[in-house]
Design a protein around this ligand. Sequence first.
Ligand code: PEP
Ligand code: MG
Length: 883
Amino acid sequence: TRWVYAFGGGGADGDASMKNLLGGKGANLAEMSSLGLPVPPGFTITTEACVHYYANDRQYPADLKEQVAVGLKRVEELTGKTFGDPANPLLVSVRSGARASMPGMMDTVLNLGLNDETVDGLAKLSGDRRFAFDSYRRFIQMYSNVVLNLDHHMFEEILDEHKDRLDVTIDTALSADDWEAVVADYKAAVQRELGKPFPQEVNAQLWGAVGAVFASWMNDRAKFYRRMHDIPESWGTAVNVQSMVFGNMGETSATGVAFTRNPSTGENRLYGEFLINAQGEDVVAGIRTPQALTRIAREEMGEKQPSMEEALPDVFVQFKAVVEKLEKHYRDMQDIEFTVEKGRLYMLQTRNGKRTAKAALKVAVDLASEGLITREEAVMRVEPSSLDQLLHPTIDPASPREVITSGLPASPGAATGKVVFTAEEAEKLGGAGEAVILVREETSPEDIRGMDAARGIVTARGGMTSHAAVVARGMGRPCVSGAGEIHIDMKAGEFHARGRTIKAYEIVTIDGSTGEVLSGAVKMVEPELSGDFATLMAWADGVRRLKVRANAETALDAKVARQFGAEGIGLCRTEHMFFDPDRIAAVREMILADDEAGRRQALAKILPMQRQDFVELFHIMEGLPVTIRLLDPPLHEFLPHSEEDVRAVAEATGLDAAKLLRRAQELHEVNPMLGHRGCRLGVSYPEIYEMQVRAIIEAACEVAAAGRPAPIPEIMHPLVAKGEEMKFLRQLTDRTAKEVIAERKAEIQYQVGTMVELPRACVRAGDLAENAEFFSFGTNDLTQTTFGISRDDSGRFLNAYIEKGIFERDPFVSLDQEGVGDLIRLAAERGRAVRPNVKLGICGEHGGDPASIQFCESVGLDYVSCSAYRVPIARLAAAQAAI
Ligand code: PEP
Ligand code: MG
């Protein structure tokens, strides 16, 4: 097996496509070498060697030593220096480099190959004894820390003692002799701590460093980072051994970092910084103020120190050409590290640069416009979920954050307002134009208006699909859910978190994209929907097959949805309309009625209001499809529960308090989500669904009669499990619709379909398809019923599942493709077998999740439906799925 791949000297064994074997850094060093760019020669030990090392009880492959020796020999030939030669020493760096970049997580050793003899050689070669001993002490400290596991504080203390003794404060004030004295003390300290001297033999140094880099793959930081970014442990890291170049050899030496475009705005201009007479770590350490690369950038910053363009004009011209070549070659914005040694440029690293969502968008559109990439590639370059950052006001990244507490990032965007603890208060103050943040233990459907009136919502309990989270996302309200440290004291009108007390009406800011609750008002940045955003979305629309609809029930939601490009409504949840204060009384009257006649009387009061809801939606949607779901939640959700609430409702409505309470108790269920809800309501109280169907068809007639584009309502029955259920509901719907159409002498088209949100419905989808013209996969309930995991309470234990790797992601956020997804596939097949043109969509929260959308494309669904604010994300994800 080949374990070692050489690079440098105008050629390389590997190339950029070999990231898996050589790691990102190694593959790009090879590619740059082959491009003829000035790369200090070196070699890469493969990730496979690392995998072998861990699979074989931390033993190196038998032939690795030999291959490394050959690699080293080549470097010696190319540099004309010899490893360990006191007269002409080769020094190397030893760096990790995994497939995916894991910045700063693993170990690096610089200046390796220095010892008591070679340090003199380096002094002679460089003509700078001070530089040689400074390099040696840096090496001893780094090697002792990384390889010998000695605490770096020990070395810092020694250095501080020397500075005190010499009465100086900065490192540059130390002379060659001073550094030599520091080196002597460093070595004595190593001897004292380990009972043996600092290793002088350069090959022993090299293998110590290689072993340390392999070992650092398993350090705690690296493990944590891998878990956070889904990087498999099995990948291993490569090791890059490369001849050292020095940016700290005087005024014609320098080191720096550059981006070919601005990584935060995307602007097409060289961006970065450098330091004269410094090593790479000095730029990162922030001890000295780095200098600008270009004259223009320096002038804009009002900086006095010369730019690279001015200080090293010849090298700069060469550097600029290299940078342009790299961007053209990689066809993407590059993040580059370089060093200048005595006027000679060396490239140390290049990779596709990390960037903000805004920059990603601009760079993609610009690169396509410049002809460097195709439009389809541009569409693939932007992470769909990153658009979230662009669609809401967000916190200015430059502003300081004082975190009060944090929870789940349940709905993105940021908002500032006064803390209130009840929905009523949110409604009152919000209605009066005040910005409020509603802080609740958890929310329920009754809080909906308060949530709407608030700028943002925080809950102490609940997961990513808790009521608060779903509703907030639908409304585009930022929301932090499950902030478990919050303890609300309603009596005192305050909440406590992390030992702090926040009183009602205090100003807080919430960041729904990170889950943080911050103190005070924090500066925001507004979203930008035209320009590059519009351009990229148009390109995406040009390639996608899946239609994108929105889940929306209010006129406002529907308008926002269209503004974001929704092609219809995929789910209008009618229960939200029942909570309106003008009709909740009639809804309760209906629930309290003793018999059908009484219910019909109450329903007759609701009918005109419900009709008006649909008229409004149809107007806004202008002939686009609108799927209206008939009543779904258990009736008890519409009743007050505590005695106090019951009394208030009784007083306000004239309803009988005792009766209210009794009815609420009668309706109590142990498992309401598996109880008397969904179409089961329509089966036991057909008059409720009849009223809703009538309202829908009457509204359609009214809109058509007004000469507006005729709506094609899709009437949807929730929680259907059996063919016979569907048949009953179909008959009820058709009977009622025909009645209305006959009364109005109108020609209205409509469709009747079902939610598919129970495993039985999937398995028996053929039965349902006999009477359903469309299926809409309700993957919230389908996930809940397939796993038998409560969507409202699962936040309490799902984290443990994710931490232990049992779930990769929360199945309520990203579809469980192998389980729930398989049921969807089955239902699609069986439904189509019976009704080939059955329309298929998804309306659970997964309809806005890019990975789930990819799945929907693979099963060939017709559309996805998601909350209005996720529509652009879904459009982009659908386009990527189609490419
Ligand atoms: C679902 O269950 O996926 C769904 C969309 O309906 P709801 O969330 O209203 O139960
Ligand atoms: Mg449901």
